[in-house]
Design a protein around this ligand. Structure first.
Ligand SMILES: Nc1ncnc2c1ncn2[C@@H]1O[C@H](COP(=O)(O)OP(=O)(O)OP(=O)(O)O)[C@@H](O)[C@H]1O
Length: 349
């Protein structure tokens, strides 16, 4: 059976490079502009203000949560609120510890170093980070074997902001060196409506409250997706609806872009299809499921599953992933008593 939604992946929760520039223009610049996440916001506000009172860089900050919830934006806000510049890198980009040593020793006093996907940093580089975070010092090893020597180099006091979608994969020595851990959660639809109105203002789009509510409800609790859907609905509105977005226009546009009423994207639906149709609802192991949808296990686990679990469509059990009755219903199917699958009309898939 072909997936009727197998089209452009406009609700994918990771950004395409071409969209990064547009995303940057929509980023909140100050803590007061940052919508939602009230607990993290308040905790960060205290951390930053007390650091400013003491005139010292704040403790290292770890932000954890699914993609697109605003971790990068918050890291930039931390630097902006402190009035310092930010250097940005990511765990996978730091292949050798020498790369990290060069970044660390090049930092200016008080700067923020943002390491996205910090759980993917290579082990030797991670070990270098320990002394840099704790003592503002790195030992660079020169040479190999018995003749190798460690040259200690000073690092200016800095604040590391690490972002991770998988805080469970962080080793405890690394996790323990963060003085503050902020857990980001999915946004409520009413918070996403505020995000959408703010973005519409920046983009110069007329967005009515009912249009914002329609888009927010399909944004999977994720501001990045809300903004992406807004841009696509804006395209539709400009060409077919004189540039104004209300509920009717939003619904029509999202139908064209094949975003369903739950906001599921191609990968989400592929996972549900595989789980329900190929594995009869599970339980099935993550790697088997990932092979069935042609993705890496990490992509299924980090990108699709958090929302599927939250939407009550998938559960993780010790024996593997299981489709809930709501997942069967969403695909228009009913679980059969035996191992076969019957669709709602009694036929086999
Ligand atoms: N609280 C917020 N208020 C307004 N806009 C937000 C908020 N959080 C995120 N956004 C918007 O969502 C987009 C994605 O945010 P950001 O890149 O900070 O997420 P992220 O969690 O770092 O994602 P990833 O981990 O995938 O890099 C930004 O362009 C920004 O416009």
């Amino acid at each position: 059976m072909t997936d009727p939604f197998d089209g452009e992946e406009i609700v994918a929760s990771y950004a395409q490079p071409a969209e990064r520039e547009m995303e940057a223009s929509l980023r909140p610049r100050q803590l007061t502009e940052f919508i939602g996440q009230p607990r993290v916001r308040e905790q960060l506000d205290l951390l930053l203000k007390s650091a400013q009172l003491r005139q010292k860089p704040p403790d290292h900050i770890l932000l954890s949560g699914p993609p697109g919830l605003g971790k990068t934006s918050l890291a930039m806000i931390v630097a902006a609120e402190l009035g310092v510049s930010i250097r940005i890198t990511s765990g996978p980009a730091i292949e050798r510890s020498g790369d990290l040593a060069a970044i660390l020793t090049g930092l200016e006093a008080g700067e923020v170093l943002f390491v996205d996907e910090i759980h993917r940093i290579a082990r030797p580089a991670e070990e270098l980070l320990y002394s840099a975070m704790e003592d503002f010092r790195v030992d660079v090893i020169v040479g190999k074997g018995p003749g190798a020597t460690a040259i200690p180099l000073d690092v200016e006091p800095f604040t590391l902001v690490g972002a991770t979608t998988r805080s469970g994969l962080l080793t405890s020595p690394l996790r323990d060196r963060f003085g503050f851990v902020g857990h980001m959660d999915f946004y409520d639809p009413d918070e996403l409506e505020i995000v959408l109105h703010r973005s519409a203002g920046i983009l110069g789009v007329r967005l009515h409250d009912d249009g914002a509510a329609e888009i927010a409800g399909r944004s999977r609790g994720t501001p990045r997706i809300a903004n992406r859907l807004l841009r696509r609905v804006r395209d539709y509105a400009e060409v077919r609806a004189a540039g104004s977005i209300d509920r009717t226009v939003a619904r029509a546009a999202l139908r064209v872009y094949e975003v369903d009423e739950l906001g599921l994207d191609r990968l989400d639906r592929a996972v549900l299809h595989a789980l329900v149709l190929s594995f009869h609802g599970g339980p099935v192991g993550l790697s088997t499921l990932a092979v069935a949808v042609g993705e890496q296990p990490e992509t299924v686990e980090e990108v699709a599953e958090p929302f599927l679990v939250r939407a009550g469509l998938l559960t993780r059990t010790p024996r593997g992933r299981v489709a809930t009755p709501a997942a069967w219903h969403h695909l228009g199917r009913v679980p059969s008593a035996g191992d076969g699958t019957l669709d709602l009309f009694g036929g086999r898939p």
